[in-house]
Design a protein around this ligand. Sequence first.
Ligand code: PCA
Length: 222
Amino acid sequence: IFNNHYNIVGFKKGIFRMKVLLTGFEPFGGSTINPSEQAVHALAGSPPAGIDLSTAILPVDKTTGPQALLKAIAEVQPDVVICLGEASGRAVISIERLAVNLMDFRIPDNKGEQAVDQPIRADGPAAYFATLPVRKLQEAVMAAGIPCDLSLTAGAYLCNQVMYTLLDHAAREKPALRGGFIHLPCLPQQTATRADKTPSMGLDAILTGLRAGLSALVEDQE
Ligand code: PCA
């Protein structure tokens, strides 16, 4: 919370600034776009008030994905880390409650590696709860008119791996760091021609929801 630029005076309402690291993922699984990458780029251009926003796009790669996240955390020294990813098939923005110590990839990562039934950290705890106020976030997104759920699982692929890596790192080395993960539906342009009518959400709606969530975080911190 404290950094070089803000001392205790910085807590006065409206003066406090929160340093947020927001990450997205590169496209994967045969798609050429990822809503999380687009959302990160859009928010980087006009971050919500009160937020010093840093961003990173992580590779969908079981080795370099988590490494890129830890590198960005070391560089930015954020107060809060929010990772975004695409969840094909989900109809609404979903805020993840849990990361589990399991890699069981449904499809290979972008390097062709497919982890099956493996722990993320061999002697790590079974799971971590997100350390963001997930209920408050959900309520803020919904209050902005955007459908949003709390989710019990981020899956067993890269998104869960990165969320677990984030929370494990914070638990062991940075107890003040808060973190969590938000899954986004596909964009309409990813699903328009699909016969299975996979749900989607437009980027504008996604951005409205994410901005509302980020603003709620700043208020919560204040
Ligand atoms: N979604 C995948 C990994 C990258 C992404 O955007 C997942 O849900 O694990």
